[in-house]
Design a protein around this ligand. Sequence first.
Ligand code: FES
Ligand code: FES
Length: 155
Amino acid sequence: MRRIKVTVDGKTHEHEVEPRLLLIHYLREVLGIGGAHSGCDTSNCGACTILMNGESVKSCTVLAVQADGEDIMTVQGLAKNGEWHPVQTAFHEAHGLQCGYCTPGMIMATISLLKEKPNPSEEEIREGLEGNLCRCTGYENIVKAVKQAAGSPVS
Ligand code: FES
Ligand code: FES
């Protein structure tokens, strides 16, 4: 077992974990953060996307021990003072979700994309989110949501 100290959504946690434990399973099963979804555990779907030190990462590709000392943000940490993050608002208003399974990962990947490119073209949006799959095939509205969120303060 290894002791890790990780900040998740602004709160610091310390736990003894098995070295093989994936970060997605640490978030969901140890911390109870159900907003980080697990879709494939093989880095294909993007449902598990979180921000690690501000950059989007598929949390099924990272071991919990690799997150030791790092700053993690999940979809559950985005709202501030009861107000949604602008990207959450845009996904809601543009109907950028159907069943919602892919949505946490899409939102986190969008934040990362908009940090890098505040006003991306449609092609850049589609390319930026190509690692995130939507089983409901709601891509048109997802792209609309990202366009709506473009230019918002996303940090
Ligand atoms: S659960 Fe991580 S990419 Fe699918
Ligand atoms: S909204 Fe259902 S998987 Fe994307």
